[in-house]
Design a protein around this ligand. Structure first.
Ligand SMILES: C[S@@+](CC[C@H](N)C(=O)[O-])C[C@H]1O[C@@H](n2cnc3c(N)ncnc32)[C@H](O)[C@@H]1O
Length: 398
């Protein structure tokens, strides 16, 4: 038992026993998905390689339950297919079936991760079909990974994409009963509570007010919150510790990767994350030469970030056309620079509102607002209707 536990990357036998117990409870996953158990899946084929990394084509289960040595990976940095209600072209699983589908991958993650390693999952939220309510699948996934597979939640992060469109338009722009959904969750997990990490690797530039304070000094005092701000606060540490909110616009549409795909007639991957996301976690959680794995590699953004950070890396992707395009990332390119970008978020409620005019729809938005023609007719019918029309008008205008 001890040898099996170690071979599969569990820090203690008791964690292994708990894992076996939970797996038995959920043993139906194999019969509901593929007929083969993960251990019998075919090994993905080597597709391409660089000095630092390897790209495999095929199902990453075959890699994580086969070719990869147990306890050989320092960081799994990935963005799995999201359980979107509306399926995208890269084959999302429906939200309800998501956990069942994910279990063999979670088992593979446990097997290949070192005890000092981390698992970072970027995962978008999803709306339930037909109602303005959200699926819980990504929270369920987090809870499953911790409760069934013994992962520890080191810290949740949020990726704020300032360029995200306000969708679904029906809830946000037409019925106006929800606000813009602009963050993805990023779960940072680890097999032990003590994965290697150092926030000094990811410092952000000081703000102007902090620079001013560092230059002109700060009067040590008790904050209204009760926090005692000591004079150590005024020490220059080379940058500020960033928050767990990563502000990164995902707007690149004309980079080398896109140009290459267009020239070669290849599909541009529709769900890429910006390279700054894997770069941040690679720096925070690994040393140069460590091994980074992306089992849902898409266009190999993780591989590219690892290559330029001098980490060894392994990417595995099931769709060959995406890998054909990913090759662009490893061609000779001008040196990359981390751009310093500041975003501002305006305070909500700063625009004056007449609450007599802008009322809450009593049905919670169940009915669509009247269309323009109905409104015009309604206006003729008198004062009472007129008030309703004004409400609808402001509800419809974007
Ligand atoms: C959200 S995308 C990843 C995008 C990637 N982070 C990027 O920036 O290009 C998820 C990818 O996982 C791939 N995928 C799904 N199941 C897989 C599996 N079993 N093995 C390998 N790749 C898989 C899909 O084809 C898809 O390209």
């Amino acid at each position: 038992m001890e040898i099996s536990s170690r071979r599969r990357g569990f820090p203690t036998v008791s964690e292994y026993i708990r894992f076996l117990h939970n797996s038995a409870e959920h043993a139906d996953h194999a019969s509901n998905g593929s007929k083969k158990t993960p251990q019998h899946l075919e090994a993905p084929e080597l597709f391409s390689q660089t000095d630092m990394g390897r790209i495999y084509h095929g199902d990453s289960l075959g890699l994580m339950h086969g070719a990869l040595e147990p306890g050989s990976v320092d960081l799994i940095m990935t963005s799995p297919p999201f359980g979107l209600v509306r399926k995208k072209s890269y084959g999302n699983e429906d939200a309800d079936r998501y956990l069942k589908w994910f279990r063999p991958f979670a088992e593979g993650f446990r097997r290949v991760l070192k005890p000092s390693g981390s698992l970072v999952i970027d995962i978008g939220g999803s709306w339930k079909a037909g109602t303005p309510t959200r699926s819980l699948y990504h929270f369920d996934l987090l809870i499953m990974l911790c409760r069934e597979f013994g992962f520890h939640l080191c810290q949740e992060h949020y990726w704020w994409n300032p360029a995200k469109l306000p969708t679904p338009a029906e809830w946000v722009n037409v019925r106006r009963v929800r606000v813009k959904d602009a963050v993805n969750c990023i779960w940072w997990l680890s097999p032990t509570p003590w994965p290697k990490a150092n926030n000094r690797r990811v410092l952000a530039p000081y703000s102007d007010s902090m620079l001013d304070l560092l230059e002109n000094g700060y009067e040590a005092k008790l904050r209204p919150s009760g926090h005692d701000i000591s004079d150590k606060f005024g020490r220059n540490n080379g940058g500020s510790v960033p928050p767990n909110l990563l502000a990164l616009a995902n707007t690149e549409s004309n980079g080398h990767y896109q140009d290459y795909c267009r020239e070669q007639g290849l599909p541009i991957h529709p769900a890429r994350y910006p390279a700054a996301i894997p770069e941040y976690f690679i720096r925070l959680l690994t040393e140069p030469g460590d091994v980074v794995l992306d089992p849902f590699a898409g266009s190999c953004v993780t591989g590219e970030a690892a290559e330029y950070s001098l980490r060894r890396w392994i990417c595995c992707e099931i769709s060959k056309p995406y890998l054909d395009g990913a090759l662009a990332r490893f061609e000779e390119q001008p040196a990359r620079k981390v751009k310093e970008v500041f975003y501002k978020i305006a305070s909500p409620c700063a625009v004056p509102v007449d609450e007599e005019e802008i009322i809450l729809p009593v049905d919670g938005g169940r009915k669509r607002p009247l269309n323009l023609i109905t409104r015009a007719k309604a206006t003729i019918r008198g004062v009472q209707v007129h008030r309703k029309t004004r409400l609808i008008k402001s509800g419809v205008r974007a």
